[in-house]
Write a protein that binds this ligand. Structure first.
Ligand SMILES: Nc1ncnc2c1ncn2[C@@H]1O[C@H](COP(=O)(O)OP(=O)(O)O)[C@@H](O)[C@H]1O
Ligand SMILES: [Mg+2]
Length: 603
């Protein structure tokens, strides 16, 4: 198992850009345009100051206002306004394009990565969590990437340049403006630097995740909840998660009410300080022309600063959020991927062998020292008590899990030396939960490969599902999940079995693939399946012994160990575990395959 080359070094937006690689130029272009737009905005401030000064000088000194100069400045102001709007429009357009492309790339990277990992380990990541990461976390970055990024540039550029200019114009008013702003920034920096803040953000995200998981759990388990009348208990779990979330929100709100209150109050203070200093100057005989133009300029500057730092505050929170989201995306992208061989070996033979295989998910041993061999074309039955490790064996063969020690070979080749594509071409598998795509039945059976229709109906006839499909108005062209395209659990399993038989791979792995059928149907289905798969190497995990009675070899797996192996008659003769299970199951299942007449319709 190989960890993807460490990309953890980068975080936040830098990491996102790294994931999406190619969109960097558009991203940089949109930033450069924002820089240009911000500079124009500053020029506008200067122009407004010039116009105001000219007008005030003319009015106060009772001589004609210098209209040509004002007109000239006003014209430049209008033109710069148009240019500013165009630049911001283009930069915002580019930022949006690149933001959506980055989100799209991130989602594709996540899905691609999920395609490369050992799928068996995914069971440990809740569906709610995965859904939140792929959909919500990726989606929620749009606001930051398309808007906030641009705002950051504007903030970083505007603040120092405006301060520089203001110092140049009027040092005392600049200080009157700056002192409260600096205090506001200190309050905010102090708050942002607090590690508790980051922790709260993580807790908040976890609580949101909990609520989502509980909702999904509640919906998934609705049948059982109603059946066992445990609505109240399930609801209380859901309520618990809601209360957990509201507690975190209240805690954050409690801290923020002082910090935010203090921050906004101080941020608005410059209106007062600038006004008070101007009033003082008025009464102490300050030059009126300078007084008025500077007052107008500084009022505009206060508004700019206030907006700038408000934005900065919002951004700092969203920056924290984005880092948190990206690290969660990285948690998926860092799931270990299947180590592919440099040069995959081709398969010539199709026997399967386990040599001293050990497996665990971290601590407890799930499989201990498992060894067995199935010859090419032979049928292996695996039975045993629930939780013994049968599914784990099936998952190891198809590389859904990776053995910790020992070796698994196919045709004498270690499965680690067979690339996943070759392996998947040669193996078909059906698990208890089969999935039908929202496409035609024909697509679901052939998975888009060219298979003669006659062959499809032949297999379906043998598996006793052809009649049901033929009765549908659109037959094999019926779309699953629409109009008449609905199937029972047992029917879905037949379609899944038909699908693997039509794939015609050399090895077939079935994990309780026919368990949804009733006993008689399952036996019928197994019989048909074995006929169709007579030349294939088959691994069948079953909970009904009858279904694997005819297997060439049977292993009994309990507590991660093979406790018995042999064929049906040798195992019965041993009078051990298999014998006991067989007798126990026989008491409850009286009907056997021998009771069935050829062609009996059982569904
Ligand atoms: N994703 C998982 N994480 C941790 N333990 C697991 C996981 N999946 C299965 N197990 C454990 O592995 C053991 C064997 O499971 P499994 O192979 O599915 O048993 P069987 O198919 O024989 O019923 C069980 O004890 C089960 O609790
Ligand atoms: Mg199982």
């Amino acid at each position: 198992m190989k960890k993807k080359k460490n990309k953890k070094k980068k975080s936040g937006v830098a990491r996102l850009i790294e994931i999406s690689k190619s969109k960097q130029q558009v991203f940089i272009a949109s930033k450069l345009l924002t820089v240009a737009a911000t500079i124009i905005k500053l020029v506008q401030l200067w122009l407004i100051y010039k116009i105001t000064s000219e007008a005030v000088v003319g009015i106060i000194n009772s001589h004609a206002v210098n209209t040509p100069v004002i007109k000239q400045h006003a014209l430049i102001l209008v033109i710069s306004g148009i240019v500013y709007a165009l630049l911001r429009y283009t930069s915002s357009r580019l930022a949006h394009t690149s933001a959506f492309e980055i989100i799209c790339d991130t989602k594709i990277a996540l899905i691609n990565h999920l395609n490369k990992i050992h799928l068996g380990y995914l069971d440990n990541m809740s569906l709610g969590k995965l859904e939140k990461i792929i959909m919500t976390d990726a989606e929620k970055m749009e606001g930051f990437l398309s808007h906030h990024q641009m705002d950051i540039i504007e903030v970083l550029l505007t603040a120092p340049l405006v301060v520089l200019y203001l110092f140049f114009v009027d040092i005392h008013l600049t200080l009157a403006l700056l002192v409260p702003i600096v205090i506001a920034v200190i309050i905010m920096t102090f708050n942002l630097a607090n590690p508790e803040n980051k922790k709260d953000q993580v807790t908040l995200n976890n609580e949101i995740e909990n609520v989502q998981t509980e909702i999904i759990e509640y919906i998934n388990g609705m049948n059982d909840i109603k059946c066992y009348d445990i609505g109240e208990r399930s609801m209380s779990e859901y309520k618990k998660s809601i209360f957990g979330l509201s507690n975190v929100i209240l805690k954050i709100a409690n801290i923020y009410k002082y910090i935010i209150g203090g921050f906004y109050a101080t941020l608005n203070l410059p209106y007062l300080t600038v006004f008070l200093l101007t009033a003082y100057r008025y009464f102490t005989g300050f030059d009126k022309t300078v007084l008025i133009s500077n007052f107008v300029l500084f009022l505009i500057a206060v508004t700019i600063f206030k907006n700038t730092f408000e934005t900065f505050f919002i951004l700092s929170r969203s920056m924290m959020e984005i880092n948190e989201r990206v690290s969660r995306i990285d948690a998926v992208l860092n799931l270990p991927i299947i180590e592919e061989p440099k040069v995959g070996k081709a398969l010539q033979k199709y026997d399967i062998e386990f040599k001293n295989v050990y497996f665990d998910y971290g601590t407890t041993a799930i499989l201990k020292d498992i060894s067995f061999k199935i010859e090419q074309g032979a049928k292996l039955g695996i039975i045993g008590a629930s939780g013994g490790g049968k599914t784990t064996i099936a998952k190891l063969i198809i590389k859904f899990l990776k053995a910790k020690t020992g070796e698994i070979t196919i045709g004498g080749i270690n499965i680690d030396d067979i690339d996943s594509k070759t392996l998947m071409q040669n193996i078909s598998f059906v698990f208890q939960e089969s999935y039908l795509f929202k496409d035609t039945i024909m697509f679901n059976l052939t998975m888009g490969r060219a298979v003669p229709e006659q062959r499809v109906s032949e297999v379906c006839k043998m598996l006793n599902i052809h009649d049901k499909i033929s009765r549908l108005k659109q037959g094999y062209q019926t779309v699953v999940g629409k109009d008449e395209g609905f199937f029972s659990g047992g029917e879905i399993q037949r379609l899944a079995v038909a699908r693997i038989l039509l794939k015609d791979s050399k090895i077939i792995v079935l994990d309780e693939a026919t368990a949804s059928a009733d006993t008689e149907n399952e036996l019928y289905l197994q019989k048909a399946f074995l006929e169709l798969a007579h030349d294939k190497t088959v691994v069948m995990v079953a909970h009904r012994l009858k279904t694997i009675e005819n297997a060439d070899q049977i292993i009994v797996v309990e507590n991660g160990e093979i406790v018995e192996s042999g064929n049906h008659s040798t195992l019965l003769a041993k009078k051990g575990r298999y014998y006991k299970l067989y007798n126990y199951q026989n008491q409850s299942a009286e009907m056997t395959i021998s009771n069935l007449a050829e062609g009996d319709v059982l569904c």
